[in-house]
Design a protein around this ligand. Structure first.
Ligand SMILES: Cc1cc2nc3c(=O)[nH]c(=O)nc-3n(C[C@H](O)[C@H](O)[C@H](O)COP(=O)(O)OP(=O)(O)OC[C@H]3O[C@@H](n4cnc5c(N)ncnc54)[C@H](O)[C@@H]3O)c2cc1C
Length: 131
C-alpha cells in the first residue's frame, strides 16, 4: 500500500540534540535530515506542502497545491508554543522548539556574554506541560 507523508517543512529535526545548538556544539543543519531522503529510503513518498483542510466524507486531503485521496489518514500536526498567560513571556522570550529557535538563542547568548561591561541574567519561563 503506498504511503505519502505531507509536511510543510523540508527536514526532520532530531530535537533531543537541540540544546547542542544553543551551546554552540552543533549547527542547525547537523541535526536536520531531509525528509525526502529518509522517507525515500523507506519507499514513502514525500510531499512538501501545507495541509489546508480535510474532507472526511470523500476521504480527501486538500493541500495548497493538490488534492490527495486516502484510504487511511494519520494526523500528527504537532503542537504550538503555549505561554500559559505568563505576562510578557510571549512578547519578550525566545521560543525553544526548532533548530532555528535554538540558533537565535545561541546568537543572543553569545552577544550577551561578549559584553563584559554588564552582568547578565537569564530567565527560563516554563518548560513543562499543563495537565
Ligand atoms: C526543546 C525540546 C526538547 C525535546 N526533547 C525531547 C527528547 O529529548 N526526547 C523526546 O522524546 N522528545 C523531546 N521533545 C518532544 C518532541 O520533540 C515532541 O514530542 C515530538 O516532536 C512530537 O512529535 P509530533 O510528530 O507529534 O510533532 P512535531 O515533531 O511537531 O511534527 C509535526 C509536523 O507537522 C507539520 N505540520 C503541522 N501542521 C501542518 C500543516 N497544516 N501542513 C503540513 N504540515 C504540517 C509540522 O511541520 C511538523 O513537521 C522535545 C521538545 C522540545 C521543544
Amino acid at each position: 500500500m503506498p504511503i505519502t507523508l505531507v509536511d510543510r517543512g523540508e527536514y526532520h529535526s532530531f530535537i533531543p540534540s537541540i540544546h547542542e545548538i544553543v551551546s554552540g556544539a552543533n549547527r542547525a543543519r547537523d541535526i536536520q535530515i531531509p525528509l525526502a531522503l529518509i522517507l525515500g529510503l523507506a519507499g514513502i513518498a514525500f510531499v512538501r506542502d501545507e495541509v489546508l483542510s480535510l474532507d472526511l466524507e470523500s476521504k480527501k486531503v486538500l493541500t495548497s497545491s493538490r488534492i490527495l485521496d486516502y484510504d487511511y489518514l494519520v494526523l500528527s500536526s504537532g503542537v504550538e508554543n503555549n505561554f500559559y498567560d505568563v505576562r510578557g513571556a510571549e512578547t519578550f522570550s525566545h521560543r525553544f522548539r526548532s533548530p532555528e529557535d535554538a540558533e537565535r538563542i545561541h546568537a543572543d547568548l553569545c552577544s550577551l556574554l561578549a559584553d563584559k561591561t554588564q552582568a547578565c541574567s537569564i530567565v527560563i519561563a516554563g518548560g513543562g506541560r499543563k495537565v
